[in-house]
Write a protein that binds this ligand. Structure first.
Ligand SMILES: [Zn+2]
Length: 411
């Protein structure tokens, strides 16, 4: 998945949580004197952070942060809930599940000429319309899943994971304890442009009432997908972030006694060096999609469901010989926390080697310079953590961030 959650974070109307004051024990009402800033920079990996200076005078501690196997659709729920993917249930967007597919009415769109129905902009419009029609408030994109496959697929992120009840496994997110206690916080809206979310945080910090400012910066991910990790645009974007964040920090320090900064990412980015047409290799078996097997081809991972006896053997013979990736066994899935109950995401996963892009895939038809979603322990996959604090708990992986933020808030 291009984790192009185009704008920033996720709350329809962040002001519903703002404008209040902390009610302290003893009945007194006062503004919080400590501000915790949680700054989520999408795809700002450890390798990038090691190479490019970023808020070096502010972040006294910088370290690698273990990511999880998957895309932002997997990483973000782990950051928010502090649990492994197998527990929160979010992984990739599409799964083979015909009885639950909401896409059956879209079958007719497959009759339109591909030049019309498969244009990126047309798919984007249709995605927006379908999401609205179905009453979904989650991040939804049809990407390039073929029209004739969609009626067999279910979509995972129907609800906004930043809202209460948005996590499939029912876990509370880092924001729920604040909501329950009426503690005011600022939260970017992932539907809105990044500049708007920066302005929102700046404004909320100026008021001096919030205890937590959670900022989501999404555009670096898009820059890295488009330019790779060595593009000049990457440095430019980080410089621009630095300037905006320094403005916010200056205001924060004038309003609060203590400002504690935590910067983190969900994953890194890998430069794409080659492509693999896995789809054609699987199709060469002569097996029929939807009859003998089903598959979802993500950008770096393909997942297969075996519908007829013998299909698995024939597909796995192809997967075993396919260059540029490997089949994942149960032990590996378990170790990475992506062994989902009931094999919800497929009977067999094939993962591309770092730098290899599956083209075509259901996520895109052309190669792009940068991608993520490779083995989580590969150096370019590793995420980043940096903080201004010397006494806060240090996170090892994404699942620790929730605990760090809550501990900083005394919760
Ligand atoms: Zn991405």
């Amino acid at each position: 998945m291009l984790s192009l959650r185009i704008a920033s974070v996720r709350v329809k109307n962040a002001s519903e949580f703002l404008g209040g004051c902390l009610i302290r024990e003893g009945g007194g009402v006062s503004s919080p004197r400590r501000l915790v800033l949680a700054i989520f920079v999408d795809a700002f990996g450890w390798e990038l952070a090691r190479r490019i200076p970023f808020l070096d005078d502010v972040l006294v501690h910088k370290a690698p942060l273990q990511t999880v196997c998957g895309y932002s659709s997997t990483c973000d729920p782990t950051i928010l809930t502090g649990v492994a993917p197998r527990q929160h249930g979010h992984f990739s967007f599409f799964v083979y599940d015909p009885p639950r597919s909401p896409f059956r009415p879209l079958r007719a769109l497959g009759l339109l000429p591909s030049a019309v129905a498969d244009r990126a902009r047309v798919r984007s419009w249709i995605s927006r319309g379908v999401g609205a029609l179905l009453g979904w408030n989650g991040y939804f994109q049809l990407y390039n899943v073929p029209w004739n496959c969609l009626p067999m697929m279910d979509y995972i992120e129907k609800k906004d994971i930043y809202f209460p009840g948005g996590i499939l496994g029912g876990q509370k997110t880092v924001f729920d304890p604040l909501r329950e206690r009426g503690i005011p916080f600022s939260l970017s809206d992932w539907r809105r442009p990044e500049v708007e979310n920066l302005s929102r945080l700046k404004n909320d910090v100026s008021q001096g009432n919030i205890a937590l400012g959670w900022l989501f910066l999404a555009s670096l991910d898009a820059v890295l997908h488009d330019h790779g990790t060595t593009g000049a645009a990457v440095v430019d974007r980080l410089r621009w972030y630095e300037e905006r964040l320094r403005e916010i920090l200056e205001i924060a320090r004038s309003r609060y006694d203590e400002v504690r900064v935590h910067v983190f990412s969900d994953h890194g980015m890998t430069d794409v060096t080659s492509t693999c047409d896995l789809m054609s290799q699987v199709q060469s078996t002569g097996l029929r999609f939807g009859h003998d097997y089903a598959a979802v081809y993500d950008s770096t991972m393909a997942r297969f469901w075996y519908l007829k006896d013998g299909a698995g053997l024939r597909i796995e013979a192809v997967l075993a010989g396919a260059k540029g990736g490997r089949m994942l066994d149960q032990r590996q899935l378990q170790e990475w926390g992506v062994d989902f109950p009931g094999q919800r995401y497929g009977h067999r996963f094939w993962l591309a080697d770092p730098g290899v892009l599956i083209v075509p895939s259901h996520m895109g038809l052309k190669p792009i310079p940068g991608m993520h979603g490779y083995a989580p322990d590969d150096k370019d996959s590793i995420a980043f953590y940096g903080t201004s604090t010397i006494d806060a708990p240090r996170p090892i992986g994404l699942a620790d961030l929730k605990g760090v933020v809550l501990s900083e808030l005394g919760l």
